[in-house]
Every structure is written in C-alpha cells, then in structure tokens.
Ligand binder design. Structure first.
Ligand code: 8X3
Length: 257
C-alpha cells in the first residue's frame, strides 16, 4: 500500500533542487504539499504545474527560514486543512564559495549559518508542536556527507552540515518517547544549482565539480526520501548517506579522463 497517499508534506526551499524534486516525488504518491520558498513567482508556477499534473492539494507560502518571526507566523497561520503536517523536509540550504575559511565575509558566514542551521531550527521548532498534537510526524533534515568530514575550502558549509547531524541526533533523543521520527539524509555530489550558487554563477568552476563523474540527480535523492518516509511505523532510518557510484566520501571521487 502507498503509505504517502493523502499525507501532508511541508518542504522548505521547495522551488529548486532537491526540494523541488521532493515536491514532484511526493505529489506522484498522492501526498498534499505545503511548499515554502522566498520567490512567490517560482512557488506559483510550481504549484500550477503540480496541481495540473497530479490534482493534489497545495498550499504555498513565501517564507524566509532565516527570520524566526516569519517562520512562526507562517506556520501558525496555515489553513487548518494543512496544519496536520505528516512530513517536514528541511531542505533550504546553500554553500557560498570554496575558499579558505578566514577569507569568507561576515555576510557570507551569516547567510550560510542562518539558512542551514538556524532556518532548520526555526522551522522544526514551529512544526514539531503541530506534529506532537497529532501524535505523528517525520522530520527529514537534508544534511550532507560534508558534515561527516570537512574538505578544503568547505569549513563553514561542512560545519553547518555537521550541525544538521548533531541537531537531528538530539531531536531524535528528545522525541524518543513519541511516534515522531527523525532522518538525516546526507547526499554527496548532486547536480542542482548548489554549485552555481556556491560559485556565484562561474560556470568553469561549476563544471569542474562534476567533471568526469555522473553526479546524482535531485530526483535520485527525492526517491530515497520517499522511501525513508514511506516505511512502516516502527522503522526509523536515522541517517542515510547517498553518493553517486564513483564518490566514496566528501573528498574522494574517481573522475573518468
Ligand atoms: C553537497 C555535497 O560534497 O558538494 O552537500 O559538499 S558536497
């Protein structure tokens, strides 16, 4: 049986990359969606496409995860029919630059830490009480293999993804006496706008990241998330590392010549 049919899935950073692919993957399963992101235009066109293709119920919300008051207000004012959130996907996140850590500007540091860490904390803190009310829920945090071991030039991003792991583990402990589950998904190289954002559109640098390898697609990762959230009630996948075949860890990749 398809356990995801009719469930409500709340996705941050829903208009791009893994978030967008999750929207399609859960829609295909007949789940209803709360889609949040910063661009109302992208949210509108995504909603239109998903409703047309899958006929599901969708609520979109422009939301900046780095602003606690915005998150609280938007979650608390969800329409009643979207308030029983079954699955939260904390996807919004980014990296900026690949330089020695002391060269990053305070603005870059704030943007990455605020989005990847504080955003996840704010959204989780707002959504978990709703899940507890209904005595069910699954929080999926998008971590990274970058959180397992740091790589050159990635110290800030890697630190935020290590924080995703620590937070996921702590949250799981705090929820151990409830029905709620927590999963940390740790992708390796995935071809999304991630590198375009990281390198501020410098295509030469972007292409070098994926040179000689076949990266995962965001759909690959979404499929894993759908699997992890569609299991029986008693099965909790605490952590999943997912890499393309020729990536062993955050630093080790075999590139074809
Ligand atoms: C993205 C994976 O290896 O580019 O989180 O940091 S990596």
């Amino acid at each position: 049986m398809n356990k995801l049919y009719g469930k409500t899935v709340f996705i941050t950073g829903a208009t791009k990359g893994i978030g967008r692919s999750c929207a399609f993957a859960f829609a295909e399963k007949g789940a209803n969606l709360v889609l949040t992101a910063r661009s109302s235009d992208l949210l509108d066109s995504l909603k239109e496409e998903l409703v047309r293709k899958y006929g599901i119920k969708i609520y979109t919300q422009v939301m900046d995860v780095t602003k606690s008051f915005d998150v609280e207000e938007k979650v608390n004012t969800l329409p009643e029919s979207f308030k029983k959130i079954d699955i939260l996907i904390n996807n919004a996140g980014l990296a900026l630059g690949l330089e020695k850590v002391y060269l990053a500007s305070p603005t870059e540091i704030d943007t990455v830490v605020d989005t990847n860490v504080k955003g996840m904390l704010y959204v989780t803190s707002a959504v978990v009480p709703l899940m507890l009310k209904h005595k069910t829920g699954h929080i999926v945090n998008i971590g990274s293999i970058a959180g397992d071991s740091s790589y050159a030039g990635g110290a800030i991003y890697c630190a935020t993804k290590a924080a995703v792991k620590s937070f996921s583990d702590g949250l799981r402990i705090d929820l151990v006496n409830t029905n709620l589950k927590v999963t940390n998904i740790k992708p390796g190289l995935v071809e999304t706008d991630f590198s375009k954002v990281r390198f501020d559109g410098d295509l030469e640098k972007v292409n070098s990241v994926y040179k000689g390898i076949t990266p995962l697609t965001p759909t690959d990762v979404a499929d894993v998330i759908v699997y992890a959230t569609g299991l029986s009630e008693n099965i909790q996948l605490t952590e999943i590392t997912v890499t393309p075949n020729h990536q062993a860890d955050g630093r080790t990749v075999h590139r074809k010549k």
